[in-house]
Design a protein around this ligand. Sequence first.
Ligand code: ADP
Ligand code: MG
Length: 465
Amino acid sequence: MTALWDSALRTIQEKIAEPNYEMWLRPIECLDVNESNITLRAPNPYVRLWFESNYLPVILGEIHEQTGINFDVSFSEDASPESPDLPKAEVVYPTAPPAAEAIPQSYASQRAEGSDRVTSIGAAERPHLNPKYTFDAFVSGPSNQLARAAAEAAANHYPPKYNPIFICGGVGLGKTHLMHAVATRVLETRPDSHIVYITGEQFMNAYVQAIRSNEMQQFRDKFRNKCDLLLVDDVQFLAGKGGTQDEFFHTFNALHDSHRQIVVTADRKPFEIADIADRLRSRFAWGLMADVDTPELEVRVAILRKKAQSEGITLTDDIAMYIASNVHSNIRELEGALIRLAAFASLSNTPITLEFAEKTLAGSMAKPMGKVTIEGILKAVAQYYNVKTVELKSTKRHKSIAGPRAVAMYLARTHTNMSYPDLGRAFGGKHHTTIMSAVEKIEKKLIADLRIRSEVQSIESTLFR
Ligand code: ADP
Ligand code: MG
């Protein structure tokens, strides 16, 4: 059965640079695959962490493509023989998984057999709750206080005080973390609740599947009748998906009317989500909206300290400061830098000194200028506005294309070293003055138009991820 793993790995291998493959994927052993669970072993906790956060989702995606199955993954805790004294593998999951009998039947029955690390709660796709994403582990500061308070309110008030709660902000700023924290808290305090945690994308897939297999009744039962708390992560995915939006709208109303809490997250504010029905947009604004912003330096340092502590990594103040002052845009990246540092230190058997940190992280922190490409920009802009990259290069005048095109031109001019004539060519052979006036127009708008400013910031945050 491990052949399945091997074949997914081979497909991925072609897409990953050789040294990365050797360092992070080759050392992972696949011990067992049964119908719902894959058991892996990593040589040490750092390789495991890095692997989990960077490669595992892609591999699972690949396996899902091949088999249609969403596997759970557990890691065997026995350290391999080569690394007998690596620090505390068990710290990786500091929170013990709940004992089987403590889990209400409705959840227990949906848990994959043998997968005792993850609690699946309801959705057909069996989403996982990350045991590390708790309120305790969430560091607050001015950038995310309101979002945290909103999430706590969702978890603590029943019937809901604010409904819905809409949490928005750029990538890697803690939205998913807060969602999991809400679910975990509710499971602790009101274990009989039926919670559905699902991403916008999974909601759509479940809906399409339900139509296909003629199971709308079950679908509605699950999302409307049997659901006490609905958590929908990355709801912006529903943009442009009319049918799914309709279904979601009715789900929303049913839950809202019967005073059940709804929490959604998105990478932007409701009014910035293009292609979403106005009636849904206005529903989102009914309750409490809270945003997460990039955290202040002190908060970044505190997050690093906390993370280091929970992973058993020794981190001195000067190094925490060094990392935090060099990585600002998002917390996932901040954690990534820490884990990479710990991984390299453990693999090369070196203590983490400031010099070592500078050397190890230098490459990844020499940011972004040269690294952002025109292709990357076109792709990010196209994705954000839900248009095609060829349209960005076309001469179509329609507002829905011309607007995004101007933003792409502005970003290309700002973040690459290309000249105006170069840019003209890159945008499908336009005159350089066309680019210049687009750039100027956006520059002006950025001063006065909040909406454009936040759109541009969101796109930038994906570019520099
Ligand atoms: P988003 O869903 O907004 O893209 P995530 O919730 O996935 O972001 O967060 C990315 C990573 O950063 C996660 O590992 C999360 O635990 C961590 N993180 C984000 N915000 C905080 C915070 N305030 N305190 C501690 N960790 C955080
Ligand atoms: Mg998220």
